[in-house]
Structure formats: structure tokens, C-alpha cells
Design a protein around this ligand. Structure first.
Ligand code: ADE
Ligand code: ZN
Ligand code: ZN
Length: 294
């Protein structure tokens, strides 16, 4: 690690600027999505990610950089705070562009940062920032409660007694608790900070068509709709939840939640890889302008 990186990391730590696990897919969720995506990228996409990451002043690796958006939301890029999620009116089950908040939401952020990354007339630092935001947003939009119903901050205000053991909230359950429980129950002998890699490899081994190359359009409305359908479903126990009534999910909720979480992490990774593959594909005819983004 360079001295510069150490100084920056020490500074961030000293200032207490850790991401709160309540705010995004916990760090492990984002690491898993980005490392898994990297394994599904084309040579061209990997080369571009590596080239941009080599200039990053803080992060050594792409999966670590995927939580950067959680650090800057409360510090140097405060206007990015609303871009981690979108909230729907209770009586509107269909996601469309007009549902995005005025200050932006996860849908507009995905479109904006995909363009910022893809646009070859932007300088490398601008494109790197686009990449780090885009990779984080594609993780977040697959966490069902980042596409939630307005009024309870994506379940952050819904109290939960998790599996009879821990006081937490519904948002944290889906950002972190399910993933952390699974990893600690499956790989108790592995040091905590290394468990995410075991989970990532297990998810990678279990992706259908993992050996074909995926190219995916940027389609945040469709991805958001899937998340939103999940949070409105009866078994999710969210639609009727209130701040006053604590939910007490047991092992059946955990088992179902784990199945959903595995699928969402895999889909996020496949889509992130697919989008980066599309945006870095050499244009037909050998021009360097890249595919059109519409
Ligand atoms: N704050 C308000 N709504 C939120 C959501 N859906 N997810 C995370 N934080 C939020
Ligand atoms: Zn986030
Ligand atoms: Zn979150």
C-alpha cells in the first residue's frame, strides 16, 4: 500500500467516516457483487476497469472501491445521498421515470453514471468516478428495500428482533444480517473479513450460463421493478409494517430471505458485468467511439 493510500485511509478512519451497515448493502454485499462481476467480464471490460482503478488514490482493488459511494454520501459528495434508493407512493406499484425524486434517485443515478463511465471524451478520473458509483448503484438496486415504499426510510424505521437474538431494523436485515448469518454459520472457522470471498465463490459456481459472455442494456427501471415486487409481496412482511410494531422474523423468514438474497446478488453481478461488457465493447468497424447509450 502506498503512503498516500495509507494517509487517506487513516484520515477517513480518524474522521469516523465508516459506512453504516444500515445505509447500503453492507460492505460484503458490494464486495461480492463487484468481485463476482469481475469474473464475468470480457477482457476489454477488465482492462478498462484495471486501467481506471490503477489511478485510484484510495483503493487497491475494484471490489473494495464498490463501497466508496457510502463514504462520500455523508461527506464530500452530499448530493449523492438520495441516489442510493427510490421510494414509491404506497398506492403506486409500478416504477417509472417520473417516480424519481427531484434531487435524483437510484434510477437517474444509474443512467447518469453509466453515461459518465462510457463517455470516452471524459477524462480518466471522471470515468473512474462514474464506474465506482455505477458499480455501487447496481448492487443497491438489487437489495429489495432500496426500492421501497415512502415513509419508513426503506425499512430503517421498522424495528426488528432478528431470529429472537438481535435488535435491528428491516433494512439492516436485508443489507447485512441475512448475509452475515449465512457466512458465520457456513464458514465459522474462516476469519470474518475473509468470509465474503467464500460466499462469492459459492455464488459464482451456481450461476447458470456463467461461461457465456453477457451483454446487458442499462435498464434500471426493470431492475427496480423486480426489487419493488419483492418488497410488496406478502412474505416480505413489509407492506403492513409500522414503526410501532416490532417484527420478529424467525428461521423460515431467514431461509426465504437467504434464497432471495442469493438470487439478487447473482443478478446484480451478472448485470454489472453485462453492462460493463456492453459499455466497453469495441464498436463494430473498429471505431473507438463505443456503443451508443440511449
Ligand atoms: N432513506 C430513505 N429511503 C431509503 C431507502 N429506500 N433505502 C435506504 N435509505 C433510505
Ligand atoms: Zn448505497
Ligand atoms: Zn441499504
Amino acid at each position: 500500500m502506498s503512503v498516500w493510500r495509507m494517509v487517506v485511509l487513516a484520515g477517513l478512519a480518524a474522521a469516523g467516516l465508516h459506512s453504516s451497515p444500515a445505509e447500503a448493502y453492507g460492505r460484503d454485499g458490494h464486495r461480492i457483487v463487484c468481485e463476482l462481476a469481475y469474473s464475468l467480464m470480457t477482457e476489454a471490460a477488465r482492462a478498462e476497469v484495471d486501467r481506471l482503478m490503477a489511478a485510484d488514490r484510495i483503493y487497491e482493488t475494484f471490489p473494495e472501491s464498490c463501497s466508496w459511494a457510502d463514504i462520500v454520501r455523508g461527506t464530500i459528495i452530499r448530493e449523492s445521498a438520495p441516489w442510493h434508493y427510490t421510494n414509491q407512493p404506497r398506492d403506486d406499484r409500478t416504477i417509472d421515470e417520473g417516480d424519481c425524486a427531484e434531487d435524483g434517485c437510484i434510477i437517474s443515478a444509474i443512467n447518469m453514471h453509466a453515461e459518465q463511465f462510457a463517455n470516452r471524451s471524459n477524462d480518466a478520473e471522471t470515468r473512474l468516478q462514474g464506474l465506482k458509483f455505477l458499480a455501487h448503484w447496481i448492487g443497491d438496486i438489487h437489495q429489495p428495500l432500496h426500492v421501497s415504499i415512502e415513509g419508513n426510510r426503506g425499512g430503517n424505521d421498522i424495528p426488528v428482533l432478528w431470529r429472537g437474538e438481535r435488535h435491528t431494523n428491516l433494512h439492516r436485515v436485508w443489507d447485512s444480517e441475512i448475509i452475515l448469518d449465512y457466512m458465520s454459520e457456513t464458514w465459522p472457522w474462516v476469519p470474518e473479513r475473509e468470509r465474503w470471498r467464500y460466499f462469492m465463490e459459492e455464488l459464482a459456481a451456481d450461476i447458470p450460463l456463467a461461461h457465456s459472455t453477457v451483454y446487458t442494456d442499462v435498464d434500471p427501471i426493470a431492475w427496480a421493478q423486480e426489487s419493488h415486487d419483492i418488497v410488496r409481496s406478502r412474505d416480505f412482511a413489509y407492506f403492513w409494517a409500522t414503526e410501532e410494531n416490532m417484527i420478529e422474523p424467525g428461521d423460515a423468514y431467514y431461509e426465504r430471505g437467504l434464497r432471495i438474497s442469493r438470487q439478487r446478488l447473482q443478478l446484480a453481478a451478472v448485470r454489472l458485468a453485462g453492462v460493463l461488457n456492453t459499455l466497453t465493447a469495441p464498436a463494430e468497424g473498429g471505431s473507438m467511439t463505443g456503443p451508443a447509450l440511449d
